[in-house]
Design a protein around this ligand. Structure first.
Ligand SMILES: C=C1C[C@]23C[C@@]1(O)CC[C@H]2[C@@]12CCC[C@@](C)(C(=O)O1)[C@H]2[C@@H]3C(=O)O
Ligand SMILES: O=C(O)CCC(=O)C(=O)O
Ligand SMILES: [Fe+2]
Length: 349
């Protein structure tokens, strides 16, 4: 398969590149719009131990002040996480023509593809991804006709573990805002068991001109929260700004063994009526190491209506967002790049 053919589906195929310098199609010119800083001093991203007696307080502070944090002691076995990384390696090591057999028909489908923003942006990303909606079985049977179950078994275990972790974290986040267990159980998602399973496995191959290419352009995720686990190679950056007077900067998320990065998504901003803010992030590329990550989008079933929780609505101000379903928000996102939530804002005038 030629580079030209793979480009038609807007995909970066590292094995197709024979280059002395990167092709212009992949060279971004606005990567240094804000300075990049290390996560130190005031930019130290919180690491929260899920067994900390002060968990609720710490989570609340991290969500209000940051929108991103790392979690340790999360209860997911290292053995499973190592298996997840091995399966990611196995998947992305497949030849391009095999991976393309399960190419996404549309950017919001499950399957293999480039990044979903490429249709809005002038350049291609230096990445590939495989998105799973519910189960990878159908695709895995095409990728590995004689051995699909080792991939599926690991993914099934990962899904069960992540849904349990997601529920636990959502409870802690809402408890931190004073929403009681009873009130959480009265939400349309009950105890957060009405959850749609969606995750993306991402691959960011190294690039000799790493500072001119981009893995994923800046975006916020649309679900409640996203859990990112990577293979120990750094590359995730978050756009930090404490208040309007603070200069924006890209903070590189540190690699801390056996932790997940958690970031607040659009639907969490809606649910908390703006108390917690979505987090803009991007993925950059390294010069030497191949980064892989699994991003688990903890989000409601597709027909569930999400609106600000009544407990969190200031009576003097009212709700800041209209009721929406996850697909309605995603549809807005698929029509333009950035600010999908604005379409659901309630004008306070
Ligand atoms: C269900 C999904 C979540 C997701 C859109 C998608 O249909 C499949 C991929 C996901 C992803 C990955 C990159 C960032 C993101 C914002 C995007 O556009 O596609 C997320 C999506 C999301 O959070 O809505
Ligand atoms: O690879 C990462 O660290 C981030 C991935 C991500 O932001 C996404 O899949 O939405
Ligand atoms: Fe993301």
């Amino acid at each position: 398969m030629s580079l030209h053919e793979t480009r038609k589906i807007k995909l970066h195929q590292p094995e197709n590149f024979q280059f002395d310098s990167i092709p212009d199609s992949h060279a971004w010119d606005n990567l240094h719009d804000h300075p990049t800083v290390e996560p130190v001093g005031p930019d130290t991203i919180p690491v929260i131990d899920l067994c900390d007696p002060k968990l609720i307080e710490k989570i609340g502070k991290a969500c209000e002040g940051w929108g991103v944090f790392l979690i340790s002691n999360h209860g997911i076995e290292l053995k499973l996480l190592n298996q997840l990384c091995s399966q990611m390696h196995r998947l992305f090591a497949l030849p391009a023509d095999v991976k393309l057999k399960v190419a996404k028909a549309d950017s919001f489908d499950g399957g293999y593809g480039g990044d979903p923003f490429s249709r809005f942006l002038p350049k291609y990303t230096w990445s590939e991804s495989f998105t799973v909606l519910d189960s990878p079985l159908e695709h895995a049977k095409i990728l590995w006709p004689n051995d699909f179950s080792s991939f599926c078994d690991v993914m099934e275990e990962y899904k069960t573990a992540m849904n349990r972790l997601g529920r636990r974290l959502m409870h802690a986040m809402l408890l931190s805002l004073g929403v009681s267990e009873e009130e959480i159980n009265d939400t349309p998602f009950g105890d957060f068991s009405k959850i749609k399973t969606v995750y993306s496995l991402n691959s960011y191959p190294p690039c000799p001109e790493a500072d001119r290419v981009l893995g994923l352009p800046p975006h916020s995720d649309t679900g409640f929260v996203t859990f990112v686990y990577d293979n120990g190679v750094s590359g995730l950056q978050i756009l930090r700004r404490e208040d309007d007077n603070d200069p924006k900067r890209w903070v590189t998320v540190p690699v801390v063994p056996n932790t997940f990065v958690v970031n607040v998504g659009d639907l969490m901003q809606v649910l908390t009526n703006g108390r917690f803010h979505n987090m803009v992030h991007r993925a950059i590329i390294g010069k030497t190491y191949h980064r892989m990550s699994a991003a688990y989008f903890f989000s409601p079933e597709l027909d569930v209506k999400v609106s600000p929780l009544s407990k969190l609505i200031d009576p003097g101000v009212g709700p800041l967002y209209k009721t929406m379903t996850w697909p309605e928000l995603q549809t807005k996102r698929s029509l333009s790049y950035g600010h999908a939530l604005d379409a659901f804002k309630i004008d306070s005038n």
